[in-house]
Design a binder for this molecule. Structure first.
Ligand code: ADP
Ligand code: MG
Length: 361
């Protein structure tokens, strides 16, 4: 049965370092939830608290409304696939998968049947008698998954489970996580620093930074409504421009950058003097003529990226942005110094808090 998780004001301090700093997070039963963030932001620390391998310095953790802080790891309805897999190298595949069930007292035909079901689930039928050492990296990954799933956990924790696999295997295993999530109905929590994994699998995700959650949302919202400039940069909206000033016009806010004025989407909440203008590269178009252009910028370089080419364009004050064009379009070969008219699609420019932290509550 899937389980809902409530994390309330959780802090985990190691001396003066707060690995987690006041985390509030409610994960729904049966959800595929992802913690996304770069190395050291506190993802594994949070996963360990959920798994019961560690205790918070402050705060509460509830499963289905019941406080589990004093419940040891082996008594929680949780299984974890660790990054290093932690398989027993001297055991067979079947012994590894059946280990936890055996501890629970299962044996004989019942144990064998469960292990075989789990092997089918991860598409390794017949591999039971093999030694772990005889399995490839991707196969071991599947064994680790089967070992966790065979326990029929209400919560499955996956800590960077695809790190170290080659690209083809990553994609294959990623699809497998989605399939297993649908089949088991358990609450899945994935920890990763890989944005593609997070976006393709998650019902919702949280972007973490320095022990805090910067934004918690469905994947599309991180692009449509990034909470601040840290989140925007993290998801690849990396053009962040410092405006000379912000002006209130009858049709809304405008930013002045390098002497030119840009329409802004209205910001969510109040913003300080450190606000930055984020530009979505997918909402910029290089236009045919200078008439009616929203901006006129100067080409300072192009970067060929296969099907697409980045055109780097500068304002008069030296700040620059990137327009992405098809590599076979004439714009891909624009000369350095050319003056280029641009049109901005609705919501191309957003005013965001310049802080890496969310606005104080
Ligand atoms: P992530 O999994 O996001 O890479 P971690 O949760 O492992 O990050 O670590 C978060 C922060 O807490 C890091 O600064 C890390 O150095 C620190 N940390 C984690 N575990 C310990 C520990 N046992 N002792 C001291 N500091 C720790
Ligand atoms: Mg980690």
């Amino acid at each position: 049965m899937a389980i809902a998780i409530d994390i309330q004001s959780v802090t985990r301090a190691y001396g003066p370092i707060k690995a987690l700093d006041g985390i509030d997070l409610a994960i729904k039963a049966g959800e595929f939830f992802t913690l996304l963030g770069s190395s050291g932001c506190g993802k594994s620390t949070l996963l360990k608290l959920i798994g019961g391998f560690d205790r918070p310095t402050k705060g509460r953790i509830l499963f289905e409304g019941r406080d589990v802080i004093d419940v040891p790891a082996n008594k929680r309805p949780v299984n974890t696939v660790f990054q290093n897999l932690a398989l027993f190298p001297h055991m067979t595949v079947a012994e590894n998968i059946g280990y936890g069930l055996k501890l629970r007292g299962l044996s004989g035909a019942a144990l064998k049947a469960k292990v075989e079901d789990a092997l089918d689930l991860v598409e390794l039928p017949g591999f039971g008698p093999r030694g772990i050492a005889m399995m490839s990296g991707g196969q071991r990954q599947r064994v680790a998954l089967a070992r966790a799933l065979v326990m029929e956990p209400g919560i499955l924790l996956l800590d960077e489970p695809l790190t170290g696999l080659d690209e083809r295997l990553r994609q294959q295993m990623r699809d497998e996580f989605g399939r297993l999530h649908r089949r088991t109905g358990a609450t899945f929590i994935l920890v990763t620093h890989n944005q593609d994994e997070a976006l393709s699998l998650s019902d919702r995700m949280a972007i973490m930074h320095q022990g805090r959650i910067e934004q918690l949302d469905v994947p599309a919202q991180f692009f449509a409504r990034p909470a601040n400039s840290f989140v925007a940069g993290f998801v690849g909206i990396d053009t962040l421009l410092k405006p000379e000033r912000i002006e209130q016009h009858s049709d809304g806010l405008r930013a002045v950058i390098g002497g030119q004025s840009l329409r802004l989407r209205s910001p969510m909440g109040s913003l300080g003097d450190d606000s930055l203008v984020a530009i979505r590269p997918d909402r910029l178009r290089i236009s045919e003529s200078l008439d009616g252009a929203d901006l006129v910028l100067t080409v300072v370089g192009t970067t060929f990226r296969g099907l697409q080419t980045d055109v780097h364009l500068a304002f008069a004050d030296g700040q620059s942005l990137v327009a992405v064009v098809s590599s076979d379009s004439p714009s891909a070969t624009l000369a350095h110094g050319a003056r280029v008219p641009l049109s901005l699609l609705p919501d191309a420019a957003m005013l965001l808090s310049g802080l890496g932290m969310p606005p104080a509550a």
